[in-house]
Design a protein around this ligand. Structure first.
Ligand SMILES: Cc1cc2nc3c(=O)[nH]c(=O)nc-3n(C[C@H](O)[C@H](O)[C@H](O)COP(=O)(O)O)c2cc1C
Length: 285
């Protein structure tokens, strides 16, 4: 029997998702337009397991076009999307990052690119100087790339596809860049696994809105207490299956988000990324 979905039901679904996410019941007016869209956004979760069902090339092109319709800083259009269709190339990327098997398993693998190369090329084509070769060029391109990535995920979710961004491709930026033949000033922001989800996703609780939503002034005096409360809420809802780096830090009695992230960032990660970005021709000063 088909469930009759009223706007009240959708409003309740949004409220429940946000309560799980933030530990707070937000008011949701059932008369609001776009509740279905809000429900998808509020219920977001990444997917790492996919059905063995392909994604039609026409659908993929449609989603890429929607993603590239995202806003762009000064209309500079500094983001590109690469579809890694060649299976040999995709397996070569996956082989570089053995910890992330879903790169090889997902029906589609994309790479979102920050492109700081087109703008200086335009300057040359139009015979103009280019006095803006500094950090902002890289930053704008990376932000545009991230917005296009997020917009792709939103479009994909609207048609029922699941996604998982993959920053791990930046563990081996040189090799990825060579495989994908990225020119100067074009660098990967993140990969993206895309496919039809094999299972329902689960909401990951986030820091409370009192930590990340500010009004008029930045407030962080209560951070330690708020993080402690988040750790407890998260441990109750989504306990970590395993503790990180037990050989270095031992087994903690209570293991929340803050301990996990502190342990994660106690190891040097991607210390060579700046050198890679500079070698690709970006000036970061
Ligand atoms: C820019 C970016 C890079 C990410 N990189 C990876 C990755 O390399 N591997 C992975 O499994 N998940 C990756 N993720 C997924 C995050 O782990 C996930 O978003 C986070 O755990 C929160 O879960 P949720 O998105 O389901 O709420 C990435 C997410 C983002 C936004």
């Amino acid at each position: 029997m088909q469930e009759h979905v009223t706007s009240e039901t959708i409003a309740e679904r949004i409220q429940a998702a946000l309560a799980e996410r933030f530990g707070e019941r937000c008011r949701v007016d059932p008369q609001l337009a776009g509740l279905e869209e809000l429900a998808r956004i509020a219920g977001h979760c990444v997917h790492r397991r996919f059905l063995p069902r392909s994604v039609e090339p026409a659908l993929l092109r449609l989603l890429c076009a929607c993603a590239l319709s995202a806003p762009s800083k000064s209309d500079l259009q500094q983001a590109d999307v690469m579809v890694v269709r060649d299976e040999a190339k995709r397996h070569a990327v996956a082989a570089l990052i053995p910890d992330v098997p879903w790169i090889a398993q997902a029906p589609v693998f994309l790479v979102f690119l920050a492109n700081g190369g087109r703008l200086p090329q335009l300057a040359r084509m139009r015979g103009k100087p280019f006095p803006n070769d500094h950090l902002d060029l890289f930053f704008n391109a990376a932000v545009d790339g991230a917005i296009v990535l997020a917009t792709f995920m939103r479009a994909a979710a609207a048609v029922g596809l699941g996604c998982c961004p993959i920053s791990a491709i930046r563990d081996r930026p040189d090799a990825v860049s060579e495989l994908l033949e990225l020119p100067d000033r074009v660098v990967p922001v993140a990969g993206l696994c895309v496919g039809w989800p094999a299972e329902a996703g689960r909401i990951t609780p986030r820091l409370g809105l009192e930590v990340t939503l500010h009004e008029d002034r930045y407030a962080s005096a209560e951070l330690a207490r708020q993080v402690e409360a988040y750790d407890r809420r998260r441990e109750a809802a989504r306990p970590y299956a395993r503790q990180r780096a037990v050989e270095r830090w031992g087994k903690a009695v209570t293991y929340g988000w803050s301990e996990d992230k502190a342990r994660q960032y106690a190891e040097p990660l991607r210390g060579d990324f700046g050198a890679f970005v500079r070698a690709k021709g970006f000036r970061l000063d």
